[in-house]
Design a protein around this ligand. Sequence first.
Ligand code: TEU
Length: 571
Amino acid sequence: TIARNWWKNATVYQIWPASYKDSNGDGFGDIPGIISTLDYLKDLGVDVIWCSPMYDSPQDDMGYDISDYEKVYPKYGTNEDMQALIDETHKRGMKLVLDLVINHTSSEHAWFKESRSSKTNPKRDWYIWKPPKFDADGKRHPPNNWSSYFSGSAWEYDELTEEYYLRLFARTQPDLNWENDETRKAVYDSAMKFWLDKGIDGFRIDTAGLYSKDQRFPDCPIVYPDEEFQPSQKYSSNGPRIHEFHKEMYANVTSNYDAMTVGEVGHCSREDALKYVSAKEQEMNMIFLFNAINVGYDKADRYRYKGWTLTDFKKAIQKDSSFIEGTDAWSTVFIENHDIARSVTRFGSPKHTSKSAKLISLLESTLTGTLFIYQGQEIAMENLPRSWSIEEYKDINTVNYYKQFKEKYGNDPDFKEKEEKLMDIINLVSRDHARSPVQWDSSPHGGFTTGTPWTRVNDNYKAINVASQIDDPNSVLNFWKKSIQIRKQYQDLLIFGSFKILDFDNETVFTYVKEDENAASPKAYVVLNFSNDSVKFEKLIDGEFELVHSTTDDIDESTLSPYEGRLYIVD
Ligand code: TEU
């Protein structure tokens, strides 16, 4: 039987501080702003808050470039404010987990400043430095062909010591050298124990699969022949010592606290996934896999978007959640975070916004694993408007991609056409969509700030906001609230049950059952119409059907209306 740890039936809510709630009118969200909404989150049914990086940082990658693990970014508040957030969260019976970004630091971190200062500095080896390669003409090249997640080479040349350092993300995010024992110890002390000792309840572990690079640093296979640099996953992801590092982190740090850990891994084999999260392996509690959220993306490049079918989506969901069946491992359920566009835009329909947002809520609240909801998802916040020009997009991933695209195709006669196509895709999948300010009410800037927001609020804030939904029994917000309650009420089926798809090849309807591991009945039966058409409703199993939750009040026994979803308990 599945062990019932506290973090398994928890509902987690992710806060991305810059865009959550501003308390002092400077246009940036902040920690006192978060504190002012804790009762709202408690009322929604949230058990755990995951706060994205609030550490001191130059903000080149919105805080995932940390210059001091032990200090709060001044625009967000002070260390005292953080302590208040921890205490106020606990007072309400909720828990708080922080983001742990330890694959890299900011180049402004004191460790890197020392490391770069000379080849003989004691911290030189804390980062990954390599000499250049020179070709026959004496031209300088990076040590290998790895590309950065933010376009271009993953290596940055530093004139000072005439070597390259590895940076899988921005040029201001040098990768730490995990092969060095001292470095790992410093990370555990500064980034982890410092905050665990202040009472936080765990970590969401950023890029948890990237710490162990193949030390030969070989060239990667050519995935994109039209690109100079190639995706590095083969030699940088789930590498030779990765499980050793996670076991060490567990033994030396997280096991000494009642800490919850969820690692961002993205893609890996089932074998690796089980190593990361089997209870007996003693590494992490859970991981995020990206099969479902990356549906439609090309291999390693979301902007070569290909579209998806419902069958692709079903297969992806099955992969992300069913790999734990028959094991002592645990999984996660999520469809939004700060790196992905809004789910209602990507998986729902603009013709049926609120109904399709409810459909997604019904889907997520009935899947096995720990549930993660992203800020604004509970009110069906949508992607930014297509009218936005590239100048309004702020995320480094989007901005760099566009820049490289323009360098490459800028002089082509059909550039305008190509650019329009890229803008359509950016408007669908860019990270910026998750990063626009939360729409709290219909006052200017959606009530996010009384000042000028650091990034523009979605124009639809008058129609979509918390205040207008809170007292409306038919709102997406109240639907989510009920979904969370029902998920808990039927947790043996919905949170802990097994998952079986009944109509795998159906491209319109998604039907599955959830079964209790200890009992043959009752079962949960979920049917979701992912289309703009009405379709015939057929019961694919026998039994007594009792309707428990549904995206509409207007139920027709034999027909599912567009984006209608239902949850039955079948005995
Ligand atoms: O993301 C890691 C990651 O690999 C992706 O989700 C990445 O953002 C995407 O592939 C870009 O196309 C984590 C954080 O969630 C992200 O916000 C950070 O930018 C990144 O690590 C670096 O810390």
